[in-house]
Design a protein around this ligand. Sequence first.
Ligand SMILES: Nc1ncnc2c1ncn2[C@@H]1O[C@H](COP(=O)(O)OP(=O)(O)OP(=O)(O)O)[C@@H](O)[C@H]1O
Length: 461
Amino acid sequence: MKRGKILIVDDNEDILFTLKMLLRPLVESITTTTDPRELLPLISRTHFNVILLDMNFRRDAVSGKEGFQWLGEILRLDAGAVVIFITAYADTEKAVQAIKQGATDFIPKPWQNEKLIATVSSALQLSFSRTEIETLKQQKEALKEQTEALSLPAKPTCVIGESAVMQAIFQTIKKFSDTDANLLLLGENGTGKDLMARYVYEQSPRKNEIYVPIDLGSIPDTLFESELFGYEKGAFTDARKNKPGRVEVASGGTLFLNEIGNLSLPLQAKLLSVIEQRKSSRLGSTTSYPVDVRLICATNTDLYAAIDNGQFRQDLLYRINTIEIRIPPLRERGNDLFLLAEFFLQRYRKKYKKELRGISKEARKMLQLYRWPGNVRELEHAIERAVILSAGTMLTADDFMLRSPQSSNAIPEKEKYNLERMERETINEVLRICGGNITLAAEMLGITRTSLYRRIEKFGL
Ligand SMILES: Nc1ncnc2c1ncn2[C@@H]1O[C@H](COP(=O)(O)OP(=O)(O)OP(=O)(O)O)[C@@H](O)[C@H]1O
């Protein structure tokens, strides 16, 4: 596959024509001009991998001064430009001087075709390597940002959960931990999808490679495409330099796409083709780069309903959900509520230097009855606030400022009366109230123990 763009600047039309014919098989495109004043506008719009530049433009000029001046201008605009000088007056002195000033190589006129092709080919390779280095630098930057954000030295991600549903999730993760299978995490806001994605990555064969998270919910629609796939200089008004996309930066590693439900249909089509063909290209370029990423996606939207409404592509869903895990809301995790509450209490007791021993019985009851629409995130904030407000040695019900039961009922209108959801939640709540006693719970629900067991299994409670 032909890659790269060449720009040739020479005042002789015949030379331009011959070079174009000779070099055409090597690259994706060749631009030519006889006027060196067009050089700068051209390179500020497009990234050329190699620039072939005549040394003398004015008739009878032999000093090469003009060439050196243009070389300086080019390098000022793009320090990584790969420039090869062409001149009819080949002498080693000028060649050495050109290279000292930043040119990559030197072609004397008349040239030998094979030699010319070899010189241009290795200049192209040099340009590709510089692009790769640029991508690696960006990867390093991304890693640095993450390291700082997490104030590493990083501890392994700790996902708390001893309930049967969470244990079943850990089992599933263990089963596919030595594969690269794409994973889809579903769950309400704050259930821990982000945390789980990182946990899965840390267990995966790619744990020593880069992890690139991208929150599609926080990027304006107009920037999705350039963020994900990158762009070449000149692809749009603000594209002043080449920029690799997150997909490219994540190559070799793991890409976490949070809020995948926010992706527009045209971008879903593009992502699908990237996954299927395992290659992508930056905006403004037809050159593709190989894509080797393990994809983890997450969303709180019901993708199946979105497919029915024509808002999400079914074929994309089947590509991203090789493994699908639904992270249950906190209210369905039984005693995990208290494990998490203790965990956050430890964290914030230390942070705010409070002599707190635990959570009072009455406060625990209140936490248990609350629906936690914001899930673990809401619990974490509630504990932090309570720690700050507390005056005694135990967190009391008064230290918590939970939302009223009405406002905590964050079930969307269309799901409110869904029988299956109501059944699952009722069973879950009764089990909690009965402290897991099946006989008592079956009695309260008015069903037999066997049918309660059947439902527990069905709902994974
Ligand atoms: N099982 C868990 N153990 C410990 N901490 C947890 C657990 N689940 C969630 N958290 C913490 O709760 C907070 C919210 O979790 P996270 O951001 O992963 O949720 P999310 O589902 O990705 O949310 P959103 O849908 O809003 O993106 C984070 O601070 C996370 O560390």
